[in-house]
Design a binder for this molecule. Structure first.
Ligand SMILES: C[S@@+](CC[C@H](N)C(=O)[O-])C[C@H]1O[C@@H](n2cnc3c(N)ncnc32)[C@H](O)[C@@H]1O
Length: 170
């Protein structure tokens, strides 16, 4: 079975295919591949090694009222189908409005965000639309879009832990 992106990332159908194949006695192995997240790192110049990274499905982010660390970048997946249990092919603008409302509470309406779509082709540029939380609901979103929310503040080190670390002996 071949699918796009990394079949281990947000891809229930691949995981279910592996599960069923194994249950029927076949040997099945999931092979990693380049995820849209890998493309995002390269296209937006985001290195998760710098300040970490938070990842959520957009519906999960809203329903469970996730509280992100505002000093760590956030990537939200499946922003076109917020609250939907079936794929309709139509971008759910109402869901985007709810997402914008929640992000506004957390980051403020003027905070910059990026609607990102890696090129699905080996050639051709990615779609990178810079917008703000306030304008998210009217941004150009497709079924392939992810949302990158940059950090809103700097990380603050804990001086006590920093001191303990610098005084450690081997
Ligand atoms: C079912 S998940 C599949 C993810 C896939 N397994 C991967 O590794 O990229 C679909 C979601 O992945 C993200 N996605 C898929 N293709 C993308 C692309 N070309 N650019 C940016 N995000 C993408 C979007 O958030 C989309 O709603």
């Amino acid at each position: 079975m071949v699918t796009y992106g990394n079949p281990a990332v947000f891809d229930d159908s691949s995981l279910e295919a592996i599960r069923r194949a194994r249950a029927e006695g076949f040997r099945a192995r999931l092979l990693p591949a380049v995820s849209s997240l890998d493309c995002l790192f390269a296209d937006l110049g985001l290195d998760p090694g710098k300040n970490g990274l938070q990842l959520h499905d957009a519906t999960d982010f809203l329903i469970f009222r996730r509280t992100p660390d505002l000093s760590v970048p956030l990537v939200l997946w499946q922003i076109s189908v917020i609250g939907q249990t079936r794929t309709t092919g139509i971008v759910n603008r109402g869901g985007l409005r709810l997402l914008a409302e929640r992000l506004g509470e957390l980051y403020g309406g003027g905070h910059g965000v990026v609607v990102y779509e890696a090129s699905p082709f080996p050639v051709g540029p990615p779609m990178i639309e810079r917008s703000s939380v306030n304008n998210l609901a009217s941004a150009e979103v497709t079924g392939l879009s992810s949302l990158y929310v940059p950090a809103a503040s700097n990380s603050t080190p804990d001086p006590a832990v920093r001191d303990r670390l610098s005084n450690l002996t081997a």
